[in-house]
Design a protein around this ligand. Structure first.
Ligand code: ADP
Length: 494
């Protein structure tokens, strides 16, 4: 990114955002708005429509007719591909504007945001667009007197509810395969990260994706999100966010039309360092980045460090050095490597975990405090807590902040038991130079992704999925199509 553009881009006034419904920019049906406060300095950035249930219903109706009349699903695959590739080009052309707008909205440091947000959306949309005309049905191996055809058909209207940490990345993980499959979508961004997704939907229209195919309704989860979840016209619901909301969505599905619900609910991911790791300095550097970048607001963050007892003290020392060397602050300063905590609410939640650990006598090896309060923004020092117990809340629950807990282990079996002793199962890391041990750990750890001698960075070619209470279904890779394509059998007598 051309960092010299940042001052001009951050000085721009951000006009009030609109819903995008049926190809039109619309205000909330009752005209109400929600203030958007920038976590950088606590100042009012702009407003978004405070969507009503009526707005959500209008968007669902639009998506329903756009699906039913085939304006998108019945286009030749090559035409859908062309529109989506054009869309990716338009996003790429505006990547710097989108990155800065997103950072002003949600606080992620710009170095990470530029790659993880607009550029990852571009890559994801291209990945799925390019697959559109390469998805084949199947012919079943039947007896000669019958022909069994297996068609793959779009599921219909998709409701997508996404969080605030990486709105474009996670949004495009849902939009890319859903739209490529021929579905239509009603998207509900998080209250504190809506601006870039609204712009994405405007660019979709500019790219020739027909009105009604991608609708965005902003506002509160309990109103707009709930209306999508309760709708009888939404066929599939895809979600990334908290377990509590995930449970509500399942209940809403059960109460309404039994729509399929796919959940990505975060984690409490173990990062396991054996004394035989190939390079402990590298392990410490990457492990620190794996929890502290974006101030820990990363679903796969390696938030539980499990370290072999022999190297515990030395390794913690290295980590503390990395944590204290991090430049935390203004996310639009290119030198910053941990930006703002997304909201005051989130920051207070993080600090409550620390207070509790402190009260229980745990050792705060570094951090544990709010910093830079004079800026008006929401910042927290990278924090490492040692001497914790397996049933401490800070070890069990997802903090979703820059907070790392450290536990020591003596044997591989103990490491596995600690790693799997969690309700979650999203990601894990293993650091070892013993190839056999690496493979044993990959098999034994209950997680959707196990990193070996690295942490993070898995690209769009591989699935991301949770096990246990981290959720179900897959984002990313061609497996993501499974959520958006139904199999239909045609059985023909010959
Ligand atoms: P967090 O606590 O990290 O903000 P949430 O699960 O509350 O996580 O938020 C993720 C997304 O779910 C956001 O878009 C939010 O608006 C939405 N959401 C929150 N509550 C509900 C609800 N009751 N029904 C549907 N969506 C909701």
């Amino acid at each position: 990114m051309d960092f010299s553009r940042i001052p001009a881009l951050r000085a721009r006034t951000v006009p009030p955002a609109s819903h995008i419904i049926d190809g039109e920019r619309r205000a909330a049906s009752d005209g109400n708005t929600l203030d958007v406060t920038s976590p950088i300095d606590g100042n009012l950035l702009t407003t978004i429509p405070r969507g009503t249930a009526e707005d959500a219903e209008a968007a669902i109706l639009s998506a329903r007719s756009a699906f039913d009349d085939g304006r998108w699903s019945l286009l030749p695959p090559a035409a859908r591909k062309k529109a989506m590739l054009k869309w990716a080009d338009l996003i790429e052309a505006e990547a710097e504007e989108l990155a800065v707008l997103g950072v002003r909205d949600n606080g992620t440091e710009i170095g990470m945001a530029f790659k993880a947000e607009p550029l990852s959306a571009v890559g994801t949309i291209r990945h799925f667009a390019e697959a559109i005309d390469k998805i084949y049905g199947e012919i079943a191996p039947t007896a000669p007197d019958a022909l069994g055809l297996i068609h793959k058909q779009p599921v219909g209207v998709v409701g997508a509810i996404v969080p605030w940490n990486f709105p474009l990345m996670i949004g495009s993980w849902k939009l890319g395969p859903a739209l490529a499959a021929g579905c239509t979508v009603v998207l509900k961004p998080a209250e504190t990260a809506s601006l870039t997704l609204v712009r994405l939907a405007e660019l979709a229209l500019d790219a020739g994706i027909p009105p009604g195919v991608l609708n965005v309704v902003t506002g509160e989860g309990s109103v707009v999100g709930a209306a999508i979840a309760e709708s009888h016209d939404v066929d599939v619901l895809v979600f990334t966010g908290s377990g509590a909301t995930g449970r509500r969505l399942l209940e809403a599905s059960a109460r309404s039309n039994l729509k399929r619900v796919y959940l990505e609910l975060g984690g409490k991911s173990p990062n396991i360092v054996f004394a035989d790791a190939p390079n402990l300095d590298e392990a410490a550097k990457v492990s620190a980045a794996g929890i502290f970048r974006n101030s820990g607001q990363v679903c796969i963050a390696g938030s539980r460090l499990l370290v072999e007892r022999d190297i515990h003290d030395a390794f913690v020392q290295k980590l503390v050095a990395h944590a204290e060397a991090m430049q935390v602050g203004d996310p639009l300063d290119p030198g910053t490597n941990a930006g703002a905590v997304n909201s005051e609410r989130q920051l207070l939640q993080n600090l409550a975990f620390i207070d509790e650990a402190r009260a229980a006598g745990r050792n705060i090896a570094t951090g544990g405090t709010r910093i830079l309060q004079e800026t008006g923004g929401t910042y927290m020092a990278p924090t490492i807590v040692t001497g914790v117990a397996a049933d401490d809340r800070i070890v069990r629950d997802e903090v979703f902040g820059p907070v790392l807990t450290v536990q020591a282990f003596d044997t591989e079996d103990q490491a596995v038991a600690l790693a799997n002793g969690s309700d979650y199962g999203l990601a894990a890391g293993v650091w070892t130079s013993n190839l056999s041990r690496a493979h044993r750990m990959i098999k034994r750890i209950q997680a959707g992704v196990v990193h070996v001698n690295t942490y993070g960075g898995a690209d769009i070619t591989v699935p991301l999925s949770g096990v246990k209470q981290s959720g179900n279904g897959h984002d990313k890779s061609l497996h993501a199509f499974d959520k958006y394509l139904d199999l239909k059998t045609a059985w023909i007598k010959i």
